[in-house]
Design a protein around this ligand. Structure first.
Ligand code: PEP
Ligand code: MN
Length: 568
């Protein structure tokens, strides 16, 4: 295998290429563009280019070459290789370090050894060479004992030089990322061979608000992980930019193919550079090939929510709290987080009264746009503080898929509210969130629709779903909603997932909340989520249905006492 590299024998590019082709023959090239030309013209079978270094960032000459090299369809990216870069300093045999006056290397390598050079050779002249190994070759050829080269240990052996010191780079984590390519046709990139891939592309966007965000959302909304984003100036159009994306997945894997289709439609231009095998050796960051989306898999005979999948029932763990076991779980707290002091008072109150978890909305779905909409991010921070104080895990609502990563940073469990039960983008994102989900039943949703909403979360990779019956809309006006105990009993039969009741939203008035809580437990609920406010009449939302702290304490005591009776 003839492999073209920028640099000469003993270069880091050669060591990288050897990872893929152990018996390669090196075709030495002066510039990165010569590497591409050598493969294009058939003087080499493959090429290897350095693209990025962990200390100095992008190798810009390579970036500037990518469109021309891989946007034309005749050359194909093959693999990504990560190489630890450990520099050595060397001179002709017999030379003394004290007598060195000039140090040659590639400017990037010289920049990576500043600390060692300042300490050991503060007064030398640093000389830029075209290549690290090339500097070793020069030192060997000129036989001048006052010259030293910085390059790989391997180059010292290649050129018969003596090593003064090894591992002289400023940062031992120093690594360079290389891309190899060939003119052979690319392999399957739909994920069917199980090889984790990455895809690289260049995108140009119109100069309008939100265009770059829209490109990023095309990836994010489908759970495609971004591994690198660089921009380079567009030469012919001052102050405009091209964006280079590296994402996980092969370009024909369904989720990525769909994202690329969307970007093609919204960007002013896109060039897909190609897909290549992601590095799987030490330091690998790309996980296994993502499963195909549920609608492209064979439909299972039994839905994942079906009781027969786990007849013994599922326990969902939120911190140390087990939802779905024999002990009823009590989640308590205000409808909305109204302020720091208020949520701390509420949290301490419900914790002392025996709650297992804290609830509180930071992002609130309010019927009227003129009503209090929640404290947003501040509310999330106050909830996290309340968790620190009390040790109670926190559940809070997330209303849109874009905010799942934000809410998931602060909450222990994500609530999908009644109004969003069939927000499918949100359900899919919840499936990828890695956090347990509290899925409320929509006020007008059938049991079947509710269970299939849960199926979205389950089938997108999240087994930790807890259902919550919170009342449905009936002809009855005396209460806010009607707590559907049929549904509690029914879903216990139909699914292995835990089920909670929310008597507060069902009732709309606090006087019947205790009775509905007890009835829910009798119907088979694994616990209840109850609105509790330190001063319900002053609440900014849902005060009429909120218990005060003593009221919750009485209810909790009653439930724990009953629990002891039934446990005996
Ligand atoms: C809430 O829990 O405060 C809430 C808004 O609930 P739901 O989505 O059930 O109305
Ligand atoms: Mn509420």
């Amino acid at each position: 295998m003839r492999v073209a590299i920028q640099g000469t024998r003993g270069a880091y590019s050669e060591a990288a290429a050897r990872q893929q082709w152990p018996d390669l023959e090196t075709i030495s090239c002066r510039e990165v563009s010569d590497v591409v030309a050598a493969v294009r013209e058939g003087r080499a079978d493959a090429g290897c280019l350095a693209i990025e270094n962990t200390l100095v960032g992008s190798v810009t000459p390579t970036y500037d070459l990518l469109q021309h090299a891989f946007g034309e369809g005749d050359l194909h990216l093959s693999r990504e290789i990560l190489l630890p870069v450990h520099h050595s300093i060397m001179g002709v045999p017999g030379a003394k370090l004290e007598r060195i006056t000039r140090v040659l290397s590639h400017p990037v390598a010289l920049g990576q050894c500043k600390i060692w050079l300042a300490r050991h050779l503060p007064d030398v002249t640093l000389v830029n060479a075209w290549d690290t190994a090339g500097s070793a070759e020069i030192v060997a050829r000129e036989k001048d004992p006052t010259q030293a080269a910085i390059c790989s240990r391997h180059a010292a052996d290649t050129y018969g030089l003596a090593v003064f010191d090894e591992r002289i780079e400023d940062d031992p984590t120093n690594q360079t990322r290389f891309l190899t390519f060939t003119s052979a046709k690319a392999e399957a990139t739909d994920g069917s061979d199980g090889i984790p891939r990455k895809t690289s592309l260049i995108v140009w966007t119109d100069h309008r608000p939100g265009m770059l965000a829209a490109v990023l959302q095309a990836f994010a909304g489908r759970g495609v992980n971004l591994t690198s984003l660089q921009s380079r100036p567009e030469r012919s159009a001052p102050w405009t930019y091209r964006f280079y994306f590296d994402v996980e997945g092969g370009q024909n894997e369904p989720r990525l193919a769909e994202a690329l289709e969307a970007i093609e439609a919204l960007a002013s231009r896109i060039v897909i550079l190609g897909s290549y095998a992601a590095w799987q050796g030490e330091g690998a960051v790309v996980g296994p090939v993502a499963p195909r989306p549920p609608h492209l898999r064979t439909k299972p005979d039994l839905p994942m929510f079906d009781r027969r999948q786990h007849p013994e029932g599922t326990i969902v763990r939120v911190g140390d709290v087990e939802i779905g076991g024999p002990r009823p779980v009590l989640i308590a707290g205000p409808c909305s987080v109204e302020g720091e002091e208020m949520i701390l008072r509420a949290a301490e109150g419900v914790a002392a009264a025996g709650a297992d978890m804290l609830r509180g909305g930071a992002f609130k779905p309010r019927t009227s746009p003129y009503d209090f909409q929640g404290l947003g991010v501040k509310g999330l921070k106050f909830l996290a503080e309340a968790r620190e104080r009390t040790g109670l895990p926190v559940v809070t609502e997330v209303m849109s898929w874009e905010e799942v990563p934000l809410v998931a940073r602060y909450a222990d469990m994500l609530q999908i509210g009644a109004r969003n039960m069939q927000n499918f983008a949100l359900l899919r994102a919840a499936g990828r969130s890695g956090k347990p989900i509290l899925l409320k039943r929509g006020g007008g949703a059938t049991i079947e629709e509710w269970l299939h909403a849960a199926e979205y979360v389950l089938s997108h990779g999240n087994p930790n779903v807890v259902l919550c019956e919170r009342g449905i809309r009936t002809f009855e006006r005396a209460t806010r909603h009607t707590l559907d105990l049929n549904a509690v009993a029914m879903v216990r039969e139909r699914t292995h997932l835990p089920v909670l009741a929310d008597p507060s939203h069902a009732a709309g008035l606090r006087s019947i909340v205790p009775a509905l809580t007890l009835a829910s437990l009798a119907a088979g609920a694994h616990g209840a989520i109850i609105e509790v406010h330190p001063d319900p009449d002053q609440a900014m939302s849902d005060g009429a249905q909120s218990l005060d702290i003593p009221g919750f304490a009485r209810l909790a005591a009653q439930i724990r006492a009953m629990d002891e009776v039934t446990a005996r």
